[in-house]
Design a protein around this ligand. Structure first.
Ligand SMILES: *Cc1c(COP(=O)(O)O)cnc(C)c1O
Length: 450
């Protein structure tokens, strides 16, 4: 019988996260204070983050212990299974071996609880009572709502307005786990009111919702902010994905030639790839590919420079690939991939050519999603389907070239709360949008000059 699932026992959950800062040939430039534009120190971050997370944000230790309390909750779904995609390979008639790590087995249905759980834990430990955060499509909001519930923290979520109306079930999910959800821009914060004045019909954006959540956290002593992607500590927490995948591939005597992840802010791509990029930095042959939507082409068309993390310019400036912080993306269905910037770590690695990036429009992505669900069964999240598209294209290239490469991709989540996207695809309603170069140039002209 062929082996399809490669599973690890609970005791093999990684006990440490891997911190790529220890090994990068060039570390990212430091974040800058939004007012003074001088390097932001830990003290600048204490109004919105607990010290444990601030220390992880700047740490250069290679390994960081995962607390017992976090490991206990990780066992609810970790170790996540690794699948060999035999049926997809057969349908493609490719000599390539395709593996996927499935993060949709978490209670929230994506990789995001890998970081929401430790973030809630460290906030609880530091005496915080409430978390304010933003969410785009609702995956991060549901992950932090779950974590808040498990650790006894209140959670307030500013949800990008277009998703609030397009994805009512995510809101119900967050509320079921006890969170309060506002459509953003909202009337609850000064920045929200300002954006509403400018445009009462604003569909919202992640950048706007972040401004609201950061303001909420900064103006309440018992409240901190939490971010579901982009930051170093988020990428750190996600490395459990790649660390497990490495152990699982070892069990079947394999190692990837190509590692693929979709890229919104970069955290699931970081999670699957960083433990392998560690090997690449140490001389191993390997390609890592970050995949983004053509309508939000941060790595492939953005510029590498300092920009704010939010639209109002309240967050520190980060050194990253960006489309400009007031970028408002078109309403594509992969809501989780619509952020204007990218993780400083992922950006630096891309700048240093240790990783590759590519972008796809919606139609080829959904074609890949349908082929995947029709062979492997799982209906993938539209975000994850970007990684599937790239894996399929690499496997088809192997067929053309007659090469048997090993391809590993991260299936960052399932698509069972994204079925409207599948309905729209079936009805031919998806639009293939490329973000115009002219708009990118205009948005970048407005960036602060450092
Ligand atoms: C949020 C999300 C993403 C994008 O976020 P990253 O930080 O880039 O990983 C991708 N896939 C799913 C399923 C998500 O929920």
């Amino acid at each position: 019988m062929q082996q399809t699932k490669i599973v690890l026992p609970d005791r093999d959950i990684p006990k440490k996260w891997y911190n790529i800062m220890a090994d990068m040939p060039n570390k990212p430039k430091p974040p800058l204070h939004p007012g003074t534009k001088q390097p932001a120190g830990p003290d600048d971050l204490t109004p919105i983050f607990p010290m444990d997370l601030i220390l992880q944000e700047v740490s250069t230790d290679r390994w960081i212990d995962i607390p017992e309390e976090v490991l206990d909750i990780y066992t609810l779904w970790r170790p996540a299974p690794l699948f060999r995609a035999h049926r997809l390979e057969a349908a493609l008639k490719t000599p390539a071996k395709i593996y996927y790590k499935y993060e949709g087995v978490s209670p929230a249905g994506s990789h995001k609880p890998n970081t929401s759980i430790p973030q809630a834990y460290y906030n609880k430990k530091s005496g915080i009572k409430r978390i304010a955060t933003e969410t785009g499509a609702g995956q991060w909001g549901s992950a932090i709502a779950l974590a808040g519930k498990l650790f006894g923290l209140e959670v307030t979520v500013y949800m990008v307005k277009i998703s609030f109306s397009q994805k009512p079930y995510r809101r119900v999910m967050m509320e079921t786990w006890g969170a309060t959800v506002h459509a953003s821009p909202s009337n609850v914060t000064n920045s929200g009111r300002k954006f509403l004045e400018q445009d009462p019909d604003s569909p919202g954006s992640l950048g706007i919702a972040i401004s609201e959540a950061v303001e909420d956290a900064a103006t309440h002593d018992d409240t901190n902010y939490a971010l579901g992607s982009v930051l170093n500590h988020v990428c750190l927490h996600q490395t459990v994905i790649g660390l497990e995948a490495k152990q699982q591939l070892e069990l079947v005597g394999d190692y990837p030639d190509i590692v693929i992840g979709c890229c919104g802010g970069g955290s699931n791509f970081a999670g699957i790839s960083f433990p392998f990029i560690h090997d690449k930095i140490n001389g191993r042959q390997l390609r890592a590919i970050a995949v983004e939507p053509s309508s939000c082409p941060t790595l492939t068309k953005g510029e590498f420079r300092y920009d704010y993390g939010d639209s109002a310019g309240l967050t520190p400036l980060m050194s990253m690939y960006t489309l400009g912080h007031d970028f408002i993306p078109s309403g594509i269905h992969a809501g989780g991939l619509r952020y204007h910037g990218d993780s400083a770590l992922v950006s630096q690695l891309y700048h240093d050519k240790l990783i590759e990036a590519r972008a796809y429009t919606q139609t080829p992505v959904f074609e890949a999603a349908l082929l995947f669900s029709g062979t492997e069964g799982i209906i993938p999240a539209p975000e994850s389907s970007h990684a599937i598209r790239a894996a399929i294209d690499e496997a088809l290239l192997c067929k053309e070239e007659g090469k048997q490469k090993t391809i590993l991709f991260n299936l960052s989540g399932h698509g069972y709360l994204d079925l409207q996207a599948y309905a729209d695809y079936k009805e031919g309603k998806l639009i293939d949008h490329e973000h115009p170069e002219e708009e990118i140039r205009k948005a970048l002209e407005k960036l602060p000059v450092i």
